[in-house]
Write a protein of this length. Structure first.
Length: 138
């Protein structure tokens, strides 16, 4: 599964760091939405240009965004984070507007970087930023 995130957003980068620390099975890879991979995947799935305001989870077949993506990611992590799956009982029409308010204000609340995060050497294998998106052939 690949997590696409806004590479200049401090909140998004903190979320990536959070996932990296708790993803013991290394099931997630990462790419910024601004990367060649992120742009290619966005174009392939005809995702809107406002996509920079959401985190995207690509599982190899489908795309999850907004609160669905965050809940799926968190519930896939080790430990008590698996319990976040219960948040799916809250209807999407309630969850997503809350998500969107935070997303719209994330730069004001958490700040913004001048450039995308550069992964450390031990993290580099988990990032697909330098690769172009190539859809799986069925």
């Amino acid at each position: 599964m690949i997590i696409l995130f806004d590479g200049v957003c401090n909140l998004c980068n903190s979320f990536v760091q959070f996932v990296l620390k708790r993803d013991k099975g290394k099931i997630f890879q990462f790419a910024s939405l601004q990367s060649t991979y992120g742009i290619g995947l966005s174009n392939y799935f005809h995702l809107p240009t406002t996509l920079l305001q959401t985190i995207v989870l690509y599982d190899g077949q489908r795309i999850l965004t907004e609160s669905d993506a965050v809940i799926k990611i968190a519930s896939s992590l080790n430990g008590l984070w698996k319990c976040t799956v219960v948040l799916l009982i809250i209807p999407r029409f309630i969850r997503n507007p809350i998500y969107r308010v935070i997303a719209r204000n994330r730069y004001k609340l958490f700040g913004k970087r001048d450039q995308c995060m550069i992964p450390t050497e031990d993290m580099r294998g988990r990032f697909v930023d330098s690769e172009a998106f190539i859809p799986k052939q069925d």
